[in-house]
Design a protein around this ligand. Structure first.
Ligand SMILES: Nc1ncnc2c1ncn2[C@@H]1O[C@H](COP(=O)(O)OP(=O)(O)OP(=O)(O)O)[C@@H](O)[C@H]1O
Ligand SMILES: [Mg+2]
Length: 222
């Protein structure tokens, strides 16, 4: 499903390249549940953003479902993203001007799903996440954990083939965190490919493979 070939990403600092990702080669098959681990600053979010097509690599090739993402124009990439990918952001990225309901509904509007169907799908997920009572509130009126749940609901509502989640349980209590991991496991059993970033060994154990990053490289020595 995913193939990264010699992916590097750098920023120029004082005329010198400062590597954020270096020479990443990675293959992920459809149906896998992969955890990315590594110290803070090792490039986990940067790698997830490249895989999620939110960011470009500086060099290298990226194939997603046999399409050469590195050659696509912005518009084609964003279409691919909207069709196949759900993304849970480390910092939620909810739209402050929209209510909880509207935030969760947004991906369905992009997918041209009709209004009555959208309503049913949003109602369903609000119920599943036990946040029905919050649907009319704005993100700033929610706790961190509640915002995280809304972010996860928004990522899942469009039934993505690939779910990318950056520290999805970082702000949840342990019971909520376990519920989300159980939900991910269930989705994975239903065929959704999952890549999560986590600092937690326990969360990583829900997946079937761990990728360790160190200083922007895949570390095979752990
Ligand atoms: N746009 C950017 N410009 C300059 N440096 C960047 C940029 N984005 C990321 N970096 C740097 O790249 C490195 C990796 O950042 P990244 O956010 O991917 O780390 P991370 O592994 O997700 O860390 P954390 O666990 O703290 O979330 C950091 O040193 C960061 O400062
Ligand atoms: Mg990060």
């Amino acid at each position: 499903m995913i193939e990264l070939k010699r992916i590097s990403k750098w920023v120029n600092v004082g005329g010198k390249p400062n590597f954020i990702l270096k020479d990443i080669n990675l293959e992920i098959r459809e149906g896998e549940f992969v955890s990315i681990m590594g110290p803070s600053g090792s490039g986990k979010s940067s790698l997830l953003n490249v895989i999620g097509m939110l960011d470009d690599a500086s060099e290298g090739e990226y194939y997603f479902l046999s399409q050469a993402v590195h050659t696509l124009k912005e518009k084609q990439r964003s279409q691919l993203y909207k069709q196949y990918i759900g993304f849970v952001f480390q910092a939620y990225h909810l739209i402050d001007e929209l209510t909880v309901y509207e935030n969760i509904e947004t991906p369905l509007i992009y997918q041209n799903i009709k209004s009555s169907e959208r309503q049913a799908m949003v109602a369903d997920i609000l119920d599943r996440f036990q946040i029905v009572g919050k649907k009319g509130l704005f993100p700033t009126q929610l706790s961190g954990g509640q915002q995280q749940l809304v972010g996860i609901a928004r990522a899942l509502i469009g039934k993505p083939k690939l779910l990318l989640a950056d520290e999805p349980t970082g702000n949840l209590n342990s019971k909520q965190g376990e519920e989300i991991m159980e939900l991910f496991k269930q989705l994975n059993n239903e065929g959704v490919t999952i890549i999560q970033v986590t600092h937690s060994e326990k969360n990583a154990a829900y997946g079937s493979r761990i990728i360790n990053l160190l200083d922007g490289r895949i570390d095979n020595n752990i």
